[in-house]
Design a protein around this ligand. Structure first.
Ligand code: BGC
Length: 317
């Protein structure tokens, strides 16, 4: 009997989690959860920023990642988080339409939802914090054109074809070529689903199918590390121009070694940090802007050793 009564009271305490703790009069600790597209080293600095900001503001931070970049897996993760009545969720959306219903479900449950890194524009998410992707894709193409002398074949490698953030980058890239370099031709656009091993295979196939390939541009984080490995294996490192998004450690090593010509670094730490700040503001009833631009940086051999300290200076821990 006693055990049953204790169990019931525990259950009830769990139900009223957003209320004040009975007896103590103190508000419960808020729980904010980061949900990336899936397990991937790209999200490590995002979560570092999220955790650091959570520690500063006395919020509990959690990280829930699906094994693969697959919409049903991401939806399931979010449903589990909703069932736990957390206070805020920051999502890097794998897809727009596929995520909108679960974001609506969370919103109806009174949970504040924002997107970071990858938006879901048709969803009820309160804001998007991250790169302005069309412009960043355009900027990436502009940098690449400087190295291509206005002509030749380029292949695009992308980690998933459903995410608006990546498709916007592709659009910006394409627009730049149309406007500035009609003699540069996109000869392929390959999907590697966010997987590095698949990137290696796809790069090998591209090199075979397009013997005159002049450049490879990656719109996702795993492309430069994966393509660099394939180029090295084929003795084409430094001969085929390689560049793309993000500053994973292997990409930076590639820049130092001359295999990768440049990368567009996104401000991942800042995305995580601001996610916590904006979720807090939303909980306080403050309106959030539709988008928050975190900016990008072009990293070459010249600034590869110094840019990281410069980026982090902005945040007092
Ligand atoms: C994108 C992320 C993606 C990551 C790994 C990054 O460029 O911003 O949305 O998850 O690459 O593919």
């Amino acid at each position: 009997m006693l055990v049953a009564a204790m169990f019931m009271s525990l259950l009830l305490a769990g139900c009223g989690k957003k209320a004040e703790d009975k007896g103590t009069g103190q508000a419960k600790e808020k729980v904010f959860v980061m949900v990336p597209k899936g397990v991937h080293p790209y999200y490590e600095p995002c979560y570092e920023g999220f955790k650091d900001a959570a520690a500063k503001y006395g919020v509990k931070a959690e990280y829930r990642a699906a094994k693969a970049f697959e919409v049903p897996q991401q939806v399931e993760i979010i449903e589990n988080v909703i069932a736990r009545h957390v206070d805020g969720i920051a999502i890097s959306a794998l897809d727009d339409q596929g995520l909108a219903p679960v974001i609506e479900e969370a919103t109806k449950a009174g949970i504040k939802v924002i997107t970071f890194d990858a938006p879901a524009p048709s969803s009820k998410a309160l804001t998007y914090i991250g790169t302005m992707n069309e412009a960043a894709g355009y900027a990436g193409a502009e940098e690449l054109l400087k190295l291509m002398n206005g002509e030749g074949e380029v292949a695009i490698i992308q980690g998933g074809l459903g995410a608006p953030n990546l498709n916007d980058r592709y659009k910006g890239f394409e627009r730049c070529l149309k406007e500035k370099a009609p003699n540069v031709k996109i000869v392929a656009r390959e999907d590697e689903q966010g997987k590095i091993d698949l990137t290696v295979n796809k790069t090998e196939a591209l090199l075979q199918a397009h013997p005159n390939l002049k450049a490879i541009f990656g719109v996702s984080a795993e492309v430069c590390p994966g393509a660099a490995a394939a180029l090295k294996q084929q003795g084409k490192a430094g001969k085929v121009i390689l560049a793309g998004f993000d500053d994973l450690p292997d990409t930076l090593a590639g820049i130092r070694a001359g295999v990768v010509k440049f990368c567009i670094a996104q401000r991942t730490y800042k995305m995580g940090w601001l996610s916590v700040e904006k979720l807090r503001e939303a909980m306080d009833g403050k309106p959030l802007p539709k988008t928050i631009d975190t900016g990008v940086l072009v990293i070459t051999k010249d600034n590869v050793g110094t840019y990281m300290q410069d980026m982090k200076k902005e945040f007092a821990k």
